[in-house]
Write a protein that binds this ligand. Structure first.
Ligand code: GTP
Ligand code: MG
Length: 356
């Protein structure tokens, strides 16, 4: 699962990417310079479990980020740039809110809602080109052959065209599994989940949560979008400090946790992912599965053999395991449940897979 950090020029994309992932070097997709890096999903549950099990190894879930060049009319005409965007699962759009005379703004002045609108329109126009091209092809073919398959595709693409022409992202489209399968191959940009990362100035930092709520209210309520506010400048300072000093700096702005944590958690949720956990003397670990996964799928995330030879899962909530100080405690209290392969795993479940 990959999330591309996108946005207008000079809004703080690379700065945020570097603090999120610690990655500095560049790679290339075609002629496009791209940085890829991995961020650990913050998870206090792992620390709590590690305090009990004392394993030598604690493994977090991760999300992968791409730092791509700025979005513009020109870059969106570049095939290799488009390709680097098409392959990702979600976007994090960094939006400039900070005022800074020394950093030029693409459109001259700072106007976050306009910038969001502009970028969304660019994604929409880029999808419209793809839809129109494909429609032309399908219409030609329909004159030659009668096929229910082509009729379905034509209908679906027409729905897309109407939405896009009304300047609406394809994220809005409610699809049945069949339609979803048909559209997936197009890798439409405006269909991808979108996290708006509002990059505030330092003066707004003490009112970070209010600002975030304001932006959330001002943006159209759309499926599969989320909003989070950070102050990039402060995040950059935090990254340089020891944990103790970082706590002090955050406290001075009234912040409970680094903004990065909220970006990462929001990305994870937007991707439709959740974590289940495993805990033992050798390792405490978070595993990533799509939200709503069954126990047998969760077993498969650990090992394909566990999925094939799945018998049962022992399940307990992480908090119960911490409160009763390990497996002996939860067993004694009767809190350890045995579940079958169709059990829907919940975020924060700790599993032991019994397999043949
Ligand atoms: N005041 C302020 N300046 C910032 C912030 N984030 C980035 N900058 C400055 O803005 C300039 C661009 O930062 P980058 O992180 O390279 O921005 P970018 O979006 O990756 O830029 P491009 O890749 O060139 O489009 C640098 O001079 C940064 O120091 C911020 O949160 N506050
Ligand atoms: Mg950059």
């Amino acid at each position: 699962m990959k999330t591309a950090i996108i946005g207008l020029p000079m809004v703080g994309k690379t700065s945020l990417f570097t603090i999120l992932t610690g990655v500095h070097q560049e790679t290339r997709i075609g002629s496009t310079a791209v940085r890829t890096g991995v961020a650990r999903v913050p998870d206090p549950r792992l620390e709590a479990l590690a305090a009990i099990f004392q394993p030598p190894k604690v493994t977090h879930a991760t999300v992968e980020y791409l730092d791509v060049p700025a979005i513009s009319k020109e870059s969106l005409r570049d095939g290799s740039y488009l390709a680097s965007l098409r392959v990702v699962d979600a976007f994090a759009h960094v939006v400039r809110v900070f005022a800074d005379e020394t950093v030029p703004h693409e459109f001259g002045d700072v106007d976050p809602l306009r910038d969001i609108d502009n970028l969304e329109t660019e994604l929409i126009l880029s999808d419209l080109v793809v839809v129109e091209k494909r429609l032309e092809r399908v219409e030609k073919d329909r004159k030659k052959i009668k096929s229910a398959d082509l009729d379905h595709e034509w209908e679906l693409l027409h729905r897309c065209k109407e939405l896009l022409e009304a300047n609406t992202p394809l994220r809005q489209l409610a699809l049945d599994p069949e339609g979803d399968r048909r559209l997936r191959g197009f890798q439409f940009l405006s269909q991808k989940p979108m996290l708006y990362v509002m990059n505030l100035g330092e003066d707004d930092a003490p009112r970070l949560h209010e600002k975030e709520a304001e932006f959330r209210a001002a943006l159209p309520a759309r499926p599969r979008t989320a909003v989070t506010a950070v102050c990039g400048k402060i995040e950059a300072e935090l990254a340089e400090l020891s944990p103790g000093e970082a706590q002090d700096l955050m406290a001075s702005y009234g912040l409970a946790e680094p903004g990065l944590n909220r970006i990462i958690s929001a990305t994870y949720a937007l991707l439709g992912l959740m974590s289940f956990l495993t805990a033992g003397e050798t390792e405490v670990r978070a595993w990533t599965v799509p939200a709503g996964s069954h126990a047998v799928k969760a077993a498969g995330a650990i090992h394909t053999d566990f999925e094939k030879k799945f018998i049962r899962a022992e399940v307990v909530n992480w908090q119960a395991l911490v409160d009763h100080r390990g497996y002996a405690g939860v067993r004694e209290k009767g809190l350890l449940r045995l579940e079958g392969k169709d059990y829907v795993v919940k975020d924060g479940d700790v599993l032991v897979i019994r397999h043949g």
